[in-house]
Ligand binder design. Sequence first.
Ligand code: GLP
Length: 241
Amino acid sequence: MNVKVFKTQAEIAAAAADFFCEVLLKKPNAVLGLSTGSTPMLTYEALAGRSAAGLADFSAVHTFNLDEYWGIAPEDEQSYRYFMQKRLFDKVNIRPENIHFPDGLAEDAQAECARYEAELAALGPVDLQLLGIGRNGHIGFNEPAEKMRAKCFCAELAEATIKANRRFFAREEDVPRRALTMGLGTILSAKKILMIATGENKAGAVYSMLRGEISGKCPASFLRTHGDAAVLLDEYAAALI
Ligand code: GLP
């Protein structure tokens, strides 16, 4: 994996935006894999800036997000769909019909996962997949487990993840316990992967991802099997490597 360490989060966001712009220049109808959480916020801000400056054109782009909470409506402020709308989609010239998401309100989670997987298979593979990492090494909602799931599935959130994501909700009991997520195989089928990790609370997960064994104990460690994966870190997240 190509690891780069930066001084500031603004530098990371600019470097990440460069990755996107390069892909979009080469392939205006690229399929972008997107992620949520606090980590990509500055990257989306940088991308919105590039778009406003005429340096990134989203008019032919398709996006597929990694995951969505199950049981939460797309217009709910806690949904990942809402997050993406506010942080990126409202600020760039993407066509609404080109935005792809798992439907958090689908009654049949399994059928919804199959639908999402098929939608991605029809338009994909993803040209550039943006990822964050959970403190326990999860990617998307692929939590540490003995066996990893290849395709999109309905995941149960690990206790650590519920605690980490608690900050976005009024009460801990409001944090959804399940989410629809791309599987590890789906994530790894992206042509290019870009992982961002910042802050000291990610240092342990980053160490396991880069230096630990490649196993379900740290789902992100499987990124080392990908031929074109880059990791952008700040000094805090890179402290243990
Ligand atoms: C969430 C998401 C992940 C994200 C991770 C880290 O649970 N499912 O896609 O990468 O947590 O989030 P943050 O960037 O807020 O630390």
